[in-house]
Design a protein around this ligand. Structure first.
Ligand code: C2O
Ligand code: CU
Length: 530
């Protein structure tokens, strides 16, 4: 296995992701950040310099387990202190499992500002994927808050027709560097391609389709799934997939790949890319129109896609006896006049000292060390806006017994205004979990009997549908302190997350650079940390 060494500097850049110039956060002067490509078992070392003049920065490696390196998880206030301007932090970790991953900022709203990139892990030498393909294409999907344009590999079109780009000389919204030119996916006829798709959107849930081509889903979040074929697929923020496509359509034509919005009335045009059959010119307009996403509120369509995702044969099965069931009700609340999200009436407010340091060194008063609630009121009506909409902010953490099996029931509910319940894709750091089931309405005890224990898929992100519940199971086998949260960035920012801690006493020496803030920062200055 190999050790990769990268030197990155995060900084503000002028960029035109959707043909309009803006200030974004880039890495080494570019957006999106560099793609990391490694093999299972390799070590990645990123020397990250913060070149932002006035704010801290961290990078989270989404989907990577960080076993033995919990301080490299890149979550500000949880696994480390934000890296100060002009300072450098070294992330060093192993990539254990082949799959499609990505990385992104995990401090404030820096993901929405463009801090992300792809991370792809190939099978180790001598290993084989359980499916065959001739070539590979990579799509990193995101959104950009200038009118919320959708981006494919960092490129989109706001108010600027794609045809204008494709027909030479006719462009009305050309930019200096061609930053927003449509993505062209070059393919040969009659081959099979693996399309890697990941979504790091800050807000949007997405739907992807390719005109005239079926997609065979084979991987989700770095885990193989039982292959199934679809015409279009939903992708929530934090999820990644691989699909196989066969280029068996009329080869004299090109085809549109289109990405649209789910769960919210679309305010923008879909993002488009071109599947360019060799030897057609990439600027040849496809003969048929871009595929149209299903109606934004067609949740039945979305559910049927999610329900099809099952573990591929050979995937480890979940242990059968969870020692603990934690039910997490999300509600929208007002705290001091501001809209927040709460979990069992606590809106997550991160403390100034990272939990990993304060828990490892048993500091007092670094965060609220009372047990957070494991359940919510029996009589809570999830179909109505909260009667008492107030909640409190808190930094409480769930302490999980090391190596124990834990079930979590995510329960959705009505938001502050009537007849509104949002989609929330929940992401667990540093673990895969089994998705045991989904349901509509309020979770009831007897739903446990309907759990899929036979072939539940392993994932690191799972969707919670409006007014519904989602049940997951995982083994708390990774010493550290980990976030479990809604991957919609403003939702996390407004408190929609919880902290899980397990086996923290087993964590080896935490690099001092990770703890140079808050109470651990003071202790370091006084040489009071081991
Ligand atoms: Cu990709 Cu905590 O997130
Ligand atoms: Cu959410």
């Amino acid at each position: 296995s190999k050790k990769w060494h990268f030197k990155w500097e995060v900084g503000y850049i002028y960029w035109s992701p959707d043909c309009r110039e803006n200030i974004m956060i880039g890495i080494n002067g570019r957006f999106p950040g560099p793609t990391i490509r490694a093999k299972a078992g390799d070590t990645i070392k990123v020397e990250l310099k913060n070149g932002l003049p006035t704010e801290g920065v961290v990078i989270h490696w989404h989907g990577i387990r960080q076993f033995g390196t919990p301080w490299a998880d890149g979550t500000a206030s949880i696994s480390q202190c934000a890296i100060n301007p002009e300072e450098t932090f070294i992330y060093e970790f192993k990539v254990e499992k082949p799959g499609t991953y990505f990385y992104h900022g995990h401090y404030g709203m820096q993901r929405a500002a463009g801090l992300y990139g792809s991370l792809i892990v190939d099978v180790a030498d001598g290993q084989k994927e359980p499916f065959d393909y001739d070539g590979e294409l990579n799509l990193l999907l995101s959104d950009w808050y200038h009118q919320n344009s959708l981006l494919i590999n960092g490129k989109g079109q706001h108010n600027c027709s794609l045809a204008a780009h494709l027909i030479p000389g006719s462009s009305t919204c050309r930019t200096k560097r061609g930053e927003c030119e449509p993505v062209v996916l070059r393919v040969l006829p009659n081959k099979t391609y693996r399309l890697r798709i990941a979504s790091t959107t800050s807000l949007s849930s997405l739907n992807l389709a390719i005109g005239h081509h079926k997609m065979m889903v084979v991987e989700a979040d770095g885990n193989y799934v039982e292959p199934f074929s679809v015409n279009d697929m939903d992708i929530y923020s934090g999820e990644s997939y691989s699909v196989l496509i066969t280029t068996d359509q009329v080869p004299s034509s090109n085809y549109w790949l289109s990405v649209g919005v789910r769960g919210r009335l679309p305010q923008t045009q879909p993002a488009l890319a071109i599947l360019n059959y060799h030897p057609n010119s990439p600027s040849k307009l496809p003969a048929s129109k871009p595929p149209v996403a299903p109606a934004w509120n067609d949740y039945a369509h979305s559910k049927s896609f999610s329900y099809k995702i099952l573990a591929r044969q050979g995937t480890p099965k979940p242990p059968t006896n969870p020692v603990r069931q934690i039910a997490l009700l999300n509600t929208q609340n007002k705290i001091n006049g501001y809209i927040k999200w709460s979990i069992n009436n606590i809106s997550l407010a991160l403390p100034p000292t990272p939990y990993l340091g304060s828990m490892r060194y048993r500091l007092r008063n670094a965060f609220d060390d009372r047990k957070p609630p494991e359940n919510f009121a029996r009589e809570y009506d999830i179909m109505k806006p909260p009667i008492n909409p107030s909640a409190i902010q808190g930094s409480n953490a769930y302490k999980l017994e090391f190596n124990s099996t834990v079930d979590v029931i995510l329960q959705n509910a009505n938001a502050l205004s009537g007849n509104v319940s949002d989609i929330h894709p929940w992401h667990l750091h540093a673990h895969d979990f089994w998705v045991l089931g989904y349901g509509d309405g309020r979770f009831s005890k007897k739903d446990v009997t309907k759990f899929n224990l036979k072939n539940p898929p392993l994932r690191n992100t799972v969707v919670l549908f409006p007014y519904g519940w989602t049940a997951i199971r995982f083994v708390a086998d990774n010493p550290g302190v980990w976030a479990f949260h809604c991957h919609i960035e403003p939702h996390l920012h407004m408190g929609m997350g919880v902290i899980f801690a397990e086996g923290v006493e087993l964590v080896k020496k935490i690099p001092k650079e990770a703890l140079a803030c808050g109470m651990t920062g003071k202790m370091l200055m006084n040489n009071h940390l081991p």
